[in-house]
Each structure stands twice: as structure tokens, then as C-alpha cells.
Design a protein around this ligand. Sequence first.
Ligand SMILES: C[S@@+](CC[C@H](N)C(=O)[O-])C[C@H]1O[C@@H](n2cnc3c(N)ncnc32)[C@H](O)[C@@H]1O
Length: 270
Amino acid sequence: MKRTTVSKNQTIQDFGEQWVRYRDNEGYYGSLELFLDILSPFLKPDELKGCKVAEIGSGTGRIVNMLLEAGAENIIASEPSEAFDVLCGNIKQPDKVTCLKITGDQLPAFGDLDYVFSIGVLHHIQDPTPVVEAAFKALRPGGHFFVWVYGKEGNILYLTFLKLLRMFAKHLPHMMLTSLVEMMYWPLVFYMRLCHLCPLPLRRYLLAVFEKMSPQKRRLVIYDQLNPSFAKYYTRPEAEKLLLDGNFKEVRVHHRHAYSWTAIGTKPQL
Ligand SMILES: C[S@@+](CC[C@H](N)C(=O)[O-])C[C@H]1O[C@@H](n2cnc3c(N)ncnc32)[C@H](O)[C@@H]1O
């Protein structure tokens, strides 16, 4: 059973339990094709060949394996939750990866990384500033910080519905939460099919990403929206400010599938 107060540790615990239950990264959910979609329009997987990179909040390691498939040479994978063992067990080329059981703000100040990635993580951290600072220190001058967060714009109707649902869903034990997910699954699939016919809210995400996932991973996506104790939906200025406040330059922001923000910033040369 979950507690009612939201703390940093509670969100980490929520994910630990989630990833111990949902361990694999099968199909489109863990594919290079999805990675290409996430990176676009700022990066191509090819640009990561031979690079030294870190990922903050690696979960079950799907992004780490995507980075390996893209040709990254040396990867620091960090995950603070009980899913750390799942992460280590899922890594496809362990000789190229160092796993650290740390929170994002504890990422060592390597100072020589080409890229730091934070995909689906900062929106679950109440104060992400120390994490952005740690990413800055870990990069080499000229290195890049790549972030993906949930967006507010384009999601107003969905967020009204989700906020109401999350008020009680995030307190449900696993079994009841999976029943709720099951109740939502078929109406959502029906809605997704309707999106082929009409321009409904979330259409672009549902047709470009969600539809390509297996039924099992679609259920995980719903679970993942309801389970974590803390989730923030960023406006464009908030996403941009995240990196600008961390002293990153050449900050660019993209409204990915009109429902989320990808942002990239560069650590200035000395
Ligand atoms: C939605 S998952 C994303 C996992 C992975 N990046 C992916 O896309 O598959 C968010 C992850 O962030 C981790 N996390 C939560 N709080 C964190 C923190 N303060 N520092 C680093 N990671 C954190 C969680 O444990 C969880 O594994």
C-alpha cells in the first residue's frame, strides 16, 4: 500500500516497484526506431557512434540498450531505485556500461562526457535543479544535455481527466491499479482507432507511438501515467528555463508529437 505524502524517496520507490514487475523492453518500446523518434529533430543515432555518454534515471535500461545499438562506446547508466538489479541484468553489452545506483544529482562530475540524457525523468523530480547542475558538470565543454519531459500544451483535456484519476490511482495497490489499467485499455484502443478518422486530442502521439507498441507495453504506458507519486507537465517556457537556468547555451526545444517537450542544450566551450 502506498503512503499519501509525496517525497523524493516515494517516487523512487514507486518506480522501483514498477520496474521490478515490468522488467523487459520488448518490441517497439525498446527499439532503435523509437529512439530515432525521441531524438528527432535534434540528433540522429549515428551522431552517438563512439561517444561517451550518461543516462540519468535508466529504469529497466531500454534507453541504455538503444544507446548501445546506436554505437555509443562508453555509457554511465544511473538508477536510484530497487530496479537497479533489473537494469544491470538487462544490459546487452555490459563491458561498455557502468551502472551506478545514484540519484541524478549524485552523477559524478566527470567533465568529459559528450552527452547526458534524461528521458522521462526530470518531470518526476520536484526540484530538478541539482540534477541539471550535475549533468552540466559531467559534460565536457561543447557536450550536450538532452532532455525529454511531459508537456502541458496540447494536453489540457487529458490532464483534467488524468489529474482527477491520479488523485486516487496513485494510492492504489498494484492489483487494483492493474484492474483500473485493464478498464481503461479497451476504451483507449477504441479512441486510438477513432483518431484515424478524426483529429482528436493526443492523436499524433497515439498514432505515431502508442499504436506501434505491443498490448502489454500499451498497458505499461497507462500504468506509468497513473503510478508515480509525482509527475509535472511542463510548459514550453518551463522546459526551456530548465536548461537555461543550468547555464546551458544554444537551447532548443521541440514539441514532440504535440504532447511533450524534447530539449537540448550545450555546455559552453571554455
Ligand atoms: C519513467 S522512468 C524512465 C526510465 C528510462 N529513462 C526510460 O525512458 O525507459 C523514470 C526513472 O527515473 C528514476 N528517478 C526517479 N527519481 C530520480 C532521481 N531523483 N534521480 C534519478 N533518477 C530518478 C526512476 O527510478 C525511474 O526509473
